[in-house]
Design a protein. Structure first.
Length: 172
């Protein structure tokens, strides 16, 4: 009789250990599954070529009032500065004028179409006559270098055009 009680206790201990191992393994699998599920892209976002996750639901193109008139004076190598005015229209057309301060009283004007990059953050004007890539921000356009990168250095803020509001004043 004692042997049978001892035998049943041993079976119960083995069952408890087996149950603990099963629970432990199931917990590890659940944690791994949750981690893998949280690493996948959220809906409405995509990965750009440079590996940056882009939120397609919120970008300059669809979240900002980007159409309007942008003005500023950018640096010039052989004049006092270039007064720039760019008008972006909602139909993705533009008009731009460049006035070379201290050199000419007549602005050079161009018009055409512009395109958005895949991320909806920058535009490219369809011309080779003047700088054509701009990052679109809240009430501003930032002139980009020839490779499409932000211009850096102590004069970086001189490459920003600000949007005029309806009454012709600069926005705050």
């Amino acid at each position: 009789m004692r042997e049978s009680i001892y035998f049943y206790k041993q079976i119960r201990i083995l069952k408890n250990e087996k149950m603990k191992k099963t629970i432990y393994v199931a917990s590890i699998i659940a944690v791994l599954f949750i981690n893998l599920a949280s690493c996948t892209s959220k809906s409405g976002s995509k990965e750009a070529q440079d590996g940056v996750v882009i939120d397609a639901a919120h970008n300059s193109r669809n979240s900002l009032d980007w159409d309007g008139i942008y003005t500023g004076i950018i640096p010039c190598a052989d004049c006092e500065g270039i007064k720039v005015q760019i008008t972006l229209n909602f139909d993705e057309t533009y008009q731009v004028s460049y006035l070379y301060l201290g050199k000419s009283d007549i602005p050079e004007t161009f018009s055409g179409k512009f395109t958005w990059d895949a991320a909806g953050r920058t535009i490219t004007l369809d011309t080779e006559n003047f700088p054509s890539r701009y990052k679109v921000g809240e009430n501003r356009l930032i002139l980009l270098d020839m490779e499409g990168n932000l211009i850096t250095g102590q004069h970086a803020d001189m490459y920003v055009l600000t949007k005029r509001v309806e009454n012709g004043e600069e926005p705050e």
